[in-house]
Design a protein around this ligand. Sequence first.
Ligand code: GLN
Length: 227
Amino acid sequence: SDSSEGEGKDKLVMATNAEFPPYEYYEGDEIVGIDAEFAKAIADKLGAELSIEDMAFDSIIPAVQSGKADFAAAGITVTDERKTQVDFSDSYYTGRQVIIVSADNNDITKPEDLEGKKIGVQLGTTGDLYSSDDYGDENVERYNKGVEAVQALQQGKIDAVIIDDQPAQTFVKENEGLKILDTEYVEEAYAFCFKKGSDLTDKVNDAIAELKKDGTFDKIVEKYINA
Ligand code: GLN
């Protein structure tokens, strides 16, 4: 887009982890996806120029807390613990933690079968937090990127991966020999997050409501899901 477009506008810095298709990922050297486009539409509504900062998932909340970023959009699940660290917008999407196993694995068919198995997750995600709680810290292998957990599974280094449903579908499509179990593990709400007390939260909530009402959000989702 035109680089002069942002002149004179306020800049909004968004923290993300662009390893999470179809919400945020690289197309060439541009970060695209549902969150990236929705955030751009929100910034437009607020008359601001959006600037996206890519970082590790577990750096996102600290970046928001310190003011390095004005907000974060990264398929972030609202949790009680995170609510003590940041403020969340209204939720804009429902995610599900799912279980990926080898296509020929008939031992693991439901969450309870993960007892005593090696589970791969992305560091600091809800998949990490929940599986550490449910199956024991020592059974959880943490990777910096979700796709690295999926590749470790493909190589037989771990027994399963717990990750959000939409990235799971992309990763299983792109890496042969894996399947997603029908039984989901946990359902969760995605939201943007802000520094505690930020006056942006209300403005973003208004923009979310308007963009949901006028169909913009649905159009963005359709572009990236089932496309
Ligand atoms: N929804 C998960 C979480 O909030 C994963 C998000 C991500 O990996 N970008 O922890």
